[in-house]
Write a protein that binds this ligand. Structure first.
Ligand code: ZN
Length: 242
């Protein structure tokens, strides 16, 4: 039996002209390790199922699906070059979207609701200025932007080694000691918030939703790995202009 879609509406004070949502696993036709509404076409799921799932999404015909590579490029829509980890749009015909399964999805818009962007930020993206690149894509002062940080692996669930902790040592409050002496807990959503605020985006809302804690709702790459599954699905975070 297929469940109805259960979309998350970001809890932020965005302008009327903005359409924004994040999917959950609920709904969709995927099976097995991908059960539900997997929208990732690159993870080994049946592509007919992925296509059917994508077609169920609101405004699906306007969504540009990126080929995400953990880089720092922003695709200005419309474009033929979709190899990017962020998208920016000023057109109501072209919606921005990123797929995630633990990495941090970030929605951005200006307070007047005329420009939008979305960012896929894993640790590599955070290290390589993907957020800065998306913020500077706006033709608007950073003080006039707002951001929503969507479902991502939380600071209690994301265990990393000493190397990765050291990469982010300039954010000491986002790093905690792990269970083992050589393990650390890294808070990627908090690092994303720090970076946004350092760029002048002071209006930042955290969804407080963890993909690992809420594996019942979301696909979690780390959770799948811990349960010896080779792969898992992807949710999508979408933003566009009405
Ligand atoms: Zn968690």
């Amino acid at each position: 039996m297929t469940l109805p879609l259960a979309l998350i509406t970001p809890q932020w004070q965005c302008p009327e002209s903005i359409v924004a949502y994040t999917t959950t696993k609920a709904g969709g036709v995927s099976e097995g390790d991908f059960v539900g509404l997997n929208v990732g076409a690159h993870v080994g799921d049946n592509l007919h199922h992925v296509q059917a799932n994508r077609s169920l999404l609101p405004h699906s015909e306007k969504i540009t699906w990126l080929e995400q590579v953990h880089g720092n490029r922003v695709a200005r829509l419309p474009t033929q070059n979709v190899q990017a980890d962020a998208a920016f749009s000023t057109s109501s015909m072209h919606f921005c979207a990123v797929m995630t399964a633990d990495c941090v999805p970030i929605l951005l818009c200006d307070v007047k609701g005329t420009q939008v962007a979305v960012v896929h930020a894993g640790w590599k993206g955070l290290e390589n200025h993907i957020i800065e690149n998306a913020v500077t894509a706006f033709d608007i002062a950073q003080g006039e932007l707002m951001a929503w940080i969507g479902p991502a692996i939380c600071g209690a669930c994301y265990e990393v080694d000493a190397y990765l902790a050291s990469v982010f040592k300039r954010y000491p409050t986002a790093i905690k000691q792990g269970q083992a002496s050589n393990k650390y807990l890294l808070n990627l959503p908090l690092i994303a918030e720090y970076q946004l605020k350092a760029l002048g985006v002071s209006n930042v809302t955290q969804s407080q939703l963890c993909t690992y804690c809420r594996e019942d709702l979301f696909y979690s790459h780390r959770h799948a790995t811990h349960h010896h599954k080779p792969n898992t699905g992807r949710i999508v975070s979408v933003i566009g202009l009405k």
